[in-house]
Write a protein that binds this ligand. Structure first.
Ligand code: ADP
Length: 636
């Protein structure tokens, strides 16, 4: 840090430097977005002041009309965006214009590939805000005074490694940002160009954006007019977008408004704009983003809606209006009933908020249902981005369990593709005559699920099975017991009961086989002892010699592994070992007179069943030893 005549020079946080560099290189093809970003910040600053002034009206000083002004100077090649909003003091400036507060930023930046096309998309999701000024400017000057404070500051930077900051005099409250345009961006110092950009990107801003009136070329004798105070005119619609009627708002306006509230650069996937009248009165405008934010699973992710009460901005990120599993929804809710003094704490207990939350949740689920039905491709892209989060729904939101279940998508044995494309409704419509349950299997990955021996009897009988392999799936299924009146059944646990899918002949054959193999089962039981809960003849295998089955109430393997990885104790449970007496290996086993060889062979088949289920052997060396012994005997 150097100090000269009250001027301090400070360095940007490393992340800011990286971001600036990347942004300038990847967003150069859309330079005009700088204006949208800076106007968006000016509007937020004004919203914040209006809210604070509810309690402290003196903050408005003698200047209560909140507005944004855009000026330019063709000769000096500058554009200036000024607001009379909340402003910043020295500490604010250093913090907000020198660092990035978002957690996970450096991890995010490391992910970038250096491929400008890809990165510009990612950076878009990240939101660059103020720093976008450096796309068009090689020097940016910010002069600002915080409402209610006397000291003002000037911040200046060339967007390389550092910035300067110094105290100044500033009579008017708020922030003025002057962009010294790069030589190839001078076209922005033009009234017509600026007006166009404002109308295109910032028309929805609810407060007036003013520009100086321009005459159509000064006529002779009008030169002296220059000394008069300039006349300003409003160039945007200046009405809160969500208060307008749906038919008056153009698609483009909805999209631009989304970018303003979400700091996303990409268009939203879908939105829903509504006004509710009756016991509760409020408007809402909810958006589904096209892409998941990089911090979707970060606990500090900004989530929730922008809350307004009677058009007055109250707070960002009001989390109480959306359940966690819909935390990716962006939007605005404007209530006529809540108090202007409402705080986050009160929001948490307010019964009105609770009923708004349940109505808004339904609104989002309806929007998704409609999309799934009418625009399946769009829904597939939604699912790819947010499906995992939606799977948290059944556990969190009991009342909408069935609705959320209807929105889930799965890979199944119907088409055997990795893509999660089948709905439960699809599944139910394909259920076989006599089938009462929805069958599923959980495994570590799709291939393991797809080739599990547990599916053999289902494939033989042509019964569809859901193939679950996401980390969250086992947990999801522990909260999802029914859909459309049909129970779910894990094909990898318990005593497989195919109900009416098994005919009398099947049942008879099973009973007979169990009886005929009683001795074999006992012999195996003796070898495995305490390692198994039970040995029995299988009803599920047709091609494999044996498999392991979890007890009906045991924790599944996937869940066990997650808990173990988290260093937690896992309740011990023993598997059931099922054998397929038709399989040549089991027949061989049955015919083995030598008890030692019988024991070796049994152990090998048992360990293999564990491996086939994606499990890990407790004593892999012994397995290899036994197998090698048997292999060597083969060659005799
Ligand atoms: P974001 O708007 O996403 O928070 P920005 O980089 O655009 O990120 O801005 C960083 C912060 O700087 C803002 O959150 C705000 O606190 C402050 N800021 C930016 N512009 C203004 C302004 N015109 N008036 C007051 N504060 C501002």
């Amino acid at each position: 840090m150097t100090v000269e005549a009250g001027k301090e020079t400070l360095g940007f946080q490393t992340e800011v430097k990286q971001l600036l560099h990347l942004m300038i290189h990847s967003l150069y093809s859309h330079p005009e977005i700088f204006l949208r970003e800076l106007v968006s910040n000016a509007s937020d600053a004004s919203d914040k002041l209006r809210f604070k002034a509810l309690k402290q009206p003196e903050l408005l000083e003698s200047d209560p009309e909140l507005q944004i002004r855009i000026g330019f100077d063709k000769e000096a090649k500058t554009v200036t965006i000024s607001d009379n909003g909340i402003g910043m003091n020295r500490a604010d400036v250093v913090e907000h214009l020198g660092t990035i507060a978002k957690s996970g930023t450096s991890e995010f930046l490391q992910q970038l590939s250096g491929d400008q096309k890809k990165d510009s998309h990612l950076i878009g999701q990240f939101g660059v805000g103020f720093y976008s000024a450096f796309i068009v400017a090689d020097r940016v000057t910010v002069e600002t005074r915080k409402a209610g404070e006397a000291e003002a500051v000037r911040w200046e930077s060339e967007g390389t490694g550092e910035f300067t900051i110094e105290a100044i005099e500033k009579a008017s409250r708020g922030t003025a940002i002057t962009l010294h345009l790069k030589s190839d961006q001078e076209e922005f110092a033009d009234g017509w160009r600026l007006r166009n950009i404002i109308r295109k990107y910032s028309d929805h801003i609810s407060m007036p954006i003013l520009m100086e009136k321009e005459s159509m070329g000064a006529e002779e004798g009008e030169e002296e007019k220059k000394d008069e105070a300039p006349e300003w005119e409003t160039v945007n619609t200046a009405k809160a977008l969500w208060t307008r009627s749906r038919s008056d708002v153009k698609e483009e306006e909805y999209k631009e408004f989304y970018k303003h509230i979400s700091h996303d650069f990409a268009d939203p996937l879908k939105w829903s704009h509504n006004r509710v009248e009756g016991k509760l009165e409020y408007s809402s405008l909810l958006y589904i983003p096209a892409k998941a934010p990089f911090d979707l699973y970060n606990r500090d992710m900004q989530k929730g809606l922008k809350l307004y009460v009677q058009r007055v901005f109250i707070m960002d990120d009001a989390e109480q209006f959306m359940p966690m599993y819909l935390r990716f929804i962006k939007g605005v809710v404007d209530s006529n009933d809540l108090s202007l003094n409402i705080s986050r704490e009160i929001l948490q207990q307010d019964p009105q908020v609770e009923s708004m939350k349940s109505a808004l949740t339904k609104r989002v689920l309806d929007m998704l249902e409609k999309m799934a039905k009418k625009e399946p491709e769009q829904y597939a892209s939604f699912w790819a981005e947010f499906g995992q989060v939606l799977k948290e729904g059944p556990a969190e939101d009991f009342s909408n369990r069935e609705k959320v279940a209807g929105l889930l998508r799965f890979a199944t044995t119907h088409d055997d593709v990795v893509t999660q494309a089948q709905s439960l409704t699809d599944y139910v419509s394909r259920m076989k005559e006599g089938q009462e349950k929805i069958y599923y299997i959980c495994a570590d990955n799709h291939t393991a699920a797809k080739s599990s021996p547990h599916l053999e009897v289902f494939r033989k009988k042509g019964i569809e099975v859901l193939l679950l392999s996401d980390r969250i799936d086992e947990w999801l299924m522990s909260h999802l017991t029914e859909f459309d009146g049909k129970q779910f059944e894990d094909v990898g646990r318990g005593d497989l009961d195919l109900g009416k899918l098994n005919d009398e002949d099947d049942k008879k054959a099973q009973e007979e086989s169990a009886k005929a193999n009683e001795d074999l089962v006992k012999r195996i039981q003796n070898v495995l002892g305490d390692d198994v809960d039970e040995v029995r003849v299988t009803h599920r295998l047709t091609d494999s010699p044996a498999c392991l089955v979890a007890g009906q109430n045991d924790m599944g393997m996937q869940m066990k592994r997650i808990l173990q990885a988290a260093g937690q104790d896992v309740p011990e449970s023993k598997p059931v070992f099922e054998i397929n007496p038709e399989h040549p290996l089991v027949i061989k086993l049955d015919n083995e007179p030598d008890e030692d060889r019988f024991a070796d062979l049994t152990r090998v088949v048992f360990d293999q069943a564990n491996l086939a289920a994606g499990g890990q052997l407790e004593d892999p060396a012994s397995y290899v030893q036994r197998l090698n012994k048997l292999l060597l005997e083969l060659s005799h």
